[in-house]
Design a protein around this ligand. Sequence first.
Ligand code: ADP
Ligand code: MG
Length: 616
Amino acid sequence: MSFKIRLTLILSTVVMIFQTLTVIVNDYAMRVNLKREVQELMHNISASVSEHAARKMRPAGGTDEDSPGLDPAALIQEFQSLHRNIMEIAVFRPAEEGGAGSSSAQEAGNAASQELTGRLLYGSYDIHASGTDSADLAEAMRSGEVYRSLRSGGKTLLAGTFGFPESGLAVRIAADLSPMYGMIRETRNYQISLSVLLLPAAVAINYGLAYVLIRPLRQILGKVDEVASGRFDTPLAVNRKDETGQLAERINAMAKNLDVYTAKLKKAFEENRSMKEHLESIIHHTTDAIHIEDVNGVLIRVNPAFEQMFGWSEEEAIGRNLPIVPESGMKEELEAREALLAGQMLPARETIRRRKDGSCFEVSVTTSAIRDRNGVIQAFASITRDMTNRNKMDELLRRAEKLNTVGQLAAGVAHEIRNPLTTLRGFLQLQQQTNKLNQRHIDIMLSELDRINLIVSEFLILAKPQATKFRIQDVRFILGDVISLLDSQAHLCNIVFTTSFDSEPCEVACEENHLKQVFINVLKNAIEAMPKGGEIEIDARKQPGWIVITIRDHGVGIPEDMIPKLGDPFVTSKESGTGLGIMISQRIIQSHQGTMEIRSTVGKGTTVTINLPAVE
Ligand code: ADP
Ligand code: MG
């Protein structure tokens, strides 16, 4: 049922109830009014009749000023002819209560013996209520007047009993209310039929009213429908200030907001979609293997590069715990997981992975945690880069630079060895001649031999290819070795090394020979930057978490535009330079999870700062 019809029905029902109530109240009010009027009439009649009856009964020769009273019987008749509904009027002298003297009183009326005790003086008393009349009379003598409704011969009557104690008289009047009631009934019926006749008109008016009331609601409903189907453009016309006007205003505001938000949402969705496509494309086309696994190591997602690199197809991989980490790397892997679960961020790790066919290969792995919106880790995403080729390349470059360094060093070394050798030869010749062993000479010879031994062994370490093995070493000792190795060459160039080392151990996890190569490269650059000689300061300090090594020269410096290029291969300003030294040094420092920074001012000098993670 539509709201309009419902509203019409409600309005019509309200009108009908109102109409019915009006009829009932009207009817009741008219009856009450009628009764009151009749009672007043009775009261007046009784007063007048009793007064005249009393005057009549007064003994002759009363007060002169009394006008002779009218005949009560005639008066009664006159009243009855004047008021057709007054059926009878009776004037009594009530019997004395318990008084035997008045027992001789004439019986009032033929059938009234049980009803009223007393003498009927005037009028008639034919209509009586069974059982109550004498009580009413007694009551009227006490309190003045008593009314009682009766039904007699199909008529509705009202009987009034009035007592006048000062004259000892009582008046009883019976009036017929039926004709008046009939009129009231007629009026009521007339009203009802008029209501019934007007009902269709009322319904029609209500329908129109409902239509007018609902029209703005219908417009709003239409707008809401539009909004629901995603059209926000046409606002509702607001031409009222009432609730529907306010509603329309709010709906307009809501539609506007919705429009803005929908546009924003659409934009965000589009951005999301294109971002997703972007990411998908990157994931699909990168040569790095990407895989996502849950916290139990079960694979959730892999990309094509993963399939290629590891030899497992996507179907084989998803939902499984693949043995891509060899036993040797297991411990490190578990430690990495724990660190991630503890909320740490991990740098790229150089490690080993296993293919489906069991072969192992060198990789660089970056693993990061994927968290849900509450920050709880749900999965791990790993990017694996095959480092076999890069490492090979690095190794080749390192070797090339090393050969170069070795070649250059050879001259210095040869020079350095020739000096002690000359000393040794001199002493040996001396002994050959004297045939005596001088203890002091032997000490000098032994120390010269030690020096030769040190230089040659350092030289050999550098020249020999070594297996990469990280050990915990004190940087101060490594620097000391390198300084001894380069001392002779520095000497040739008039250069002095000044060292300032921390008194505490400066231990780092490192590949000793690689670190030596870094220090040699940096020191060689410093030496080469000071053709006129001078001082090179070498510092090693322990700081919280880090060992900081500073190598400062006072040489020619590096032009500003060249500094960012350092670290690219073959960037050199020297005729016989390779431009590989800094690049290799940086690689080595990176593989030690450290950093290397070069600051320089042309004409003033260069400072190279190397930070390496300290071992506690
Ligand atoms: P090479 O020494 O073979 O030229 P490097 O990679 O060791 O290659 O150095 C690259 C360049 O950086 C050098 O050619 C030089 O111009 C500059 N450089 C490096 N260290 C210093 C330094 N301490 N003082 C001045 N210039 C330097
Ligand atoms: Mg160099």
